[in-house]
Design a binder for this molecule. Structure first.
Ligand code: HEC
Length: 169
């Protein structure tokens, strides 16, 4: 018998052992998948946009996305997104101003008594300081009405999705 023939089982044993172990071991628990992010269909985007009053319902979403670049340094918009200098804006339409839990608003914003809709956002974004004196959003505003219309349309589409089934029409 050659030395090789003797050595072979010894070399193989650990490998076989490992394989057997792998078979016997309880299957690894699957990692809890992160909540899937809902990717809006074109139809869902269109119906969110159509839910806005004029002129916002004619907003140009691509220009809105570009205009929103000026907000991104302070705001996230995705569901569950972090608060940065400014609060996460998911679900802002229909939410009372200054109501995002755990975000540290100015007193002016926290005690402001109104609900965000497209017109309120328009006035806010035109001149944040004039709209709500004492607020702490250090942003001069978007002077261009079309940029405001488009950023509001973009925000509605990006932050306004609610998973309830749409009423049958
Ligand atoms: C330099 C940082 C900064 C930029 C840029 C900025 N924001 Fe803000 N934003 C803030 C802060 C801070 C607040 C909270 C204000 C307060 O508490 O007084 C705020 C508040 C808001 C709110 C009110 C949210 C709520 O929960 O009531 C909205 C809406 C908003 N910002 C939209 C925008 C949009 C849209 C843009 C871009 C066109 C923008 N912001 C740009 C910092 C910023």
């Amino acid at each position: 018998m050659s030395r090789l023939a003797l050595a072979a089982p010894l070399l193989l044993a650990p490998i076989l052992g490992l394989a057997a172990c792998g078979q016997d071991a309880p299957s690894t628990p699957a990692m809890t998948p992160a909540k899937p992010v809902h990717v809006l269909t074109e139809a869902e985007k269109a119906s969110l946009l159509a839910a806005l009053p004029a002129p916002y319902n004619a907003g140009d979403l691509e220009n809105g996305r570009r205009a929103f670049a000026r907000c991104r340094s302070c705001h996230t918009i995705g569901e569950g997104g972090a608060d940065m200098a400014g609060p996460n804006l998911y679900g802002v339409f229909g939410r009372k101003a200054g109501e995002r839990p755990r975000y540290n608003y100015s007193n002016a914003m926290r005690t402001a008594n109104f609900t965000w809709d497209a017109d309120k956002l328009d006035h806010w974004l035109q001149n944040p300081r004039g709209f709500l004196p004492g607020n702490k959003m250090t942003f001069p505003g978007l002077p261009d009405a079309k940029d405001r219309r488009d950023v509001i349309a973009f925000l509605k589409v990006e932050t306004g999705y609610k998973p309830e089934p749409a009423p049958a029409s």
